[in-house]
Design a protein around this ligand. Structure first.
Ligand code: GLN
Length: 532
């Protein structure tokens, strides 16, 4: 600890906690602070500590929790890691997602293995030390490591994390730690005033756990008058200039610029001993694109089953938008309910996307979407399950009426999508999927290869079932060709329809590698095919 890092400085740590409410932008704040530091030349890493007793996010219900974001090493994490990757353009790993359940289960395993020398195992110091070790490990190699603590300070389950980050200052020196608390200040419409009391209480809670924050980010719906910061400053002891109002903005990608233009920038500069001006060109270009007035708008139908939580498909919708920004094309995302859809829904959009999914619900609607795209030459992008339903649709078109995936019909003789070897019998357990980065080789001259501009591809995966190559001829007769496989040829990774402006499906999840300022080639390909 404390050794010199890349820029000859001590390793720095920024802890981002939340008060009053969760879900008001703590993750975006953490990621945006990172973006500003990156723009000043710092090497930034970031980590989410979640107090849930889950071991990973793989089994969390997407309707409640939003999408499960998969890292290159196959960690199943929550959507905050997606924000981090999109803001910071780095590829994160399991180290960057620390759930209480995982840390606790490792601690218990080491106790069972006799590694704790018969000691009484306690939350303090054993669990809090384990949390600190995770933080130190995730920080390795960076100049500044940002740690976001999930939930709000005061939640029972989060107390050990708050204590751990307090103790961390003793480990590495208080001067190497910066504490940023994100609070929400509501505006009461009837009395037309901002109410700072909940924020004051939240800061008091934080102080009662021994953390005196260096800065407070105040989230408001609309810009707050100065007296809000003054009041919070008076009652919390945090200097007024470091109580920074962050009202809602048109796009979250504006936040790095907001932070860079606020007094927080000065605080961050002092903290990392780097007073250079951040190069925000990337963000400014993106904001211009987001606010552009495209002359053309296309409608993309997203055939989905979680209709009431758009966060379930967050990386997909961000990837679609990114492609629109890059091409200067407006995109309207039309949600098509996979459980209740038909030809009119498909005809009413310019292109279809069938995203990933698990379980039978809505599956026939997704197969119908792929069938429609094959029959009507509608541009189509299939993502993981979107490839599997395309293969089922093609096989059925070739006459195998009962073609299916064994996930949805375990007894069909025409199991064109089937369970991978070695995975039988583990279907309902966590952690048995093909997860993370896998290489694929594309066919020269295929649409996919044309989109990527290369034939050696690495994309992230999260699935259990594979295309059954026994049925390749039927699938081809139904209108699809295999355009990419694993390097050994054993696994189908890409299929496409030759006689369609753009029908490409992949067994992977390319959406995870899209960036707002660097759209993914397959999403670009889809949108281009509609506007060209
Ligand atoms: N349910 C399918 C499988 O397990 C697809 C998964 C996905 O789309 N991520 O293979």
């Amino acid at each position: 600890m404390g050794e010199t890092k890349r820029h000859g400085l001590k390793q720095k740590y920024i802890f981002v906690t939340g008060g009053v409410l969760s879900g008001v932008g703590k993750g975006i704040t953490a990621a945006s602070i990172g973006s500003v530091l990156q723009a000043k030349g710092a090497y930034v890493s970031i980590q989410k500590c979640d107090p849930y007793l889950n071991v990973d996010a793989g089994l969390l219900n997407p309707a409640e929790h939003g999408e499960c974001f998969v890292t290159k090493d196959g960690a199943e994490t929550d959507l905050d890691l997606g924000h981090y990757e999109r803001f910071l353009d780095i590829e994160l790993t399991q180290k960057n997602a620390s759930l209480a359940g995982r840390i606790m289960s490792e601690l218990i395993a080491s106790e069972r293995a006799g590694k704790l020398s018969g000691k009484t195992v306690q939350v303090i110091p054993h669990f809090t030390n384990a949390i600190q070790d995770k933080i130190a490990e995730a920080a390795e190699g960076s100049d500044v490591h940002i740690v976001e603590i999930g939930g709000t300070v005061g939640d029972y389950e989060g107390l050990a994390f708050v204590e751990a980050i307090r103790e961390f200052a003793a480990r590495v020196g208080r001067e190497n730690c910066l504490y940023v608390h994100v609070v929400y200040v509501p505006f009461i419409g009837t009395s037309k005033e901002f109410k700072t009391k909940p924020a004051q209480n939240a800061l008091q809670d934080l102080r009662s756990f021994g953390i005196f924050p260096d800065a407070v980010v105040v989230r408001t719906e609309t810009p707050a008058p100065e007296n809000v910061a003054r009041k919070i400053s008076l009652l919390s002891g945090v200097p007024q200039q470091y109580i920074v109002d962050m009202p809602n903005v048109d796009t979250v990608y504006r936040i790095p610029e907001t932070i860079a233009n606020s007094p927080l920038h000065e605080l961050l500069s002092k903290f990392i001993e780097n007073d250079s001006q951040p190069d925000l060109g990337k963000w400014q270009r993106l904001i211009t694109a987001v606010n552009g007035h495209p002359s053309k708008t296309v409608t993309i139908g997203l055939v989905a089953k979680y209709m009431d939580n758009e966060d379930t498909y967050l990386s997909v919708t961000e990837a679609v938008k990114a492609a629109g920004w890059t091409l200067g094309v407006g995109v309207d995302i039309k949600w098509i309910n996979a459980e209740d859809c038909g030809g009119d829904d498909f005809a009413g959009v310019d292109a279809l996307i069938v995203p990933g999914g698990f379980g039978e619900r809505g599956i026939e609607g997704k197969i119908a979407a792929a069938t429609y795209a094959l029959e009507h030459k509608k541009p189509y992008l299939g993502l993981c399950l979107g490839l599997q339903v395309a293969v089922i649709a093609a096989a059925r078109r070739s006459g195998l009426n009962d073609a299916n995936s064994t996930e949805f019909n375990p007894t069909t003789p025409h199991n064109v999508v089937y369970i991978m070897e070695g995975q039988e019998g583990k279907e309902s357990t966590g952690g048995t999927l093909r997860l993370g980065d896998y290489p694929a080789v594309l066919k020269e001259g295929s649409k996919a290869a044309e989109s990527y501009g290369q034939t050696d591809i690495i994309e992230r995966h999260r699935h259990r079932y594979e295309v059954n190559q026994k049925f390749i001829q039927d699938i081809e007769r139904g209108g699809l060709v295999i355009s990419g496989t694993s390097p050994d040829g054993k696994l189908v990774e890409y299929v496409e329809a030759a006689d369609n402006p753009y029908f490409v499906a992949t067994q992977a999840h390319p959406e995870f590698k899209s960036r707002p300022y660097k759209a993914h080639p397959l999403f670009l390909g889809l949108i281009r095919s509609v506007v060209d």
